[in-house]
Write a protein that binds this ligand. Sequence first.
Ligand SMILES: [Zn+2]
Length: 192
Amino acid sequence: MIMVLDVDQAARDLAGGRLACPHCGGVLRPWAWAPVRTVRRLDGTSEPVRPRRTRCSSCHTTQVLLPAWCLPRCGDAAEVVGAALAANATGRGHRGIAADLDRPAATVRRWLRRVRGDHAEWLRRIAVTHLARLCPELVADLHPQPTVLGDAVNALAAAVYAYRHRLGVATDAWTLVAGLTGGRLLTPVPAD
Ligand SMILES: [Zn+2]
């Protein structure tokens, strides 16, 4: 899985042989398409997405190029899940968030459970790593929040600010977060 911030640019890079295999650095080639999936946006609309599949010309592993506004194995866009996490970080409970977002309470509760503890700490660490690379002077300005998720959301917001500021892009905040975290807003990194 490769998270893609600019789908059109990724298509051009793929066609031009400029996308590298994350395993071996070989050239990725167009291979097929992943099945169409429907992803729900924050405004309540749904959008069909058909991600590109690629195959490495050297090691032959396949990779899906997933638009970063989506999340792997999630029917809701990154902006929907992100809004839930940000609201919870300010103290709002899963039922209120579910009502605000017009999502089932059980779905929102599942998202919030997945970012408790270790995963929230991982998100915070990734955000601080990006921030330290983009705008190191801002790392010391991160004020401690009441919860680990609050610290994570705060650091992610700072990383988004730094990314936009340094690279002059206006990409949606949670799309950027999905890109910066490799789509792992809710999914722990597998232990190796
Ligand atoms: Zn490869």
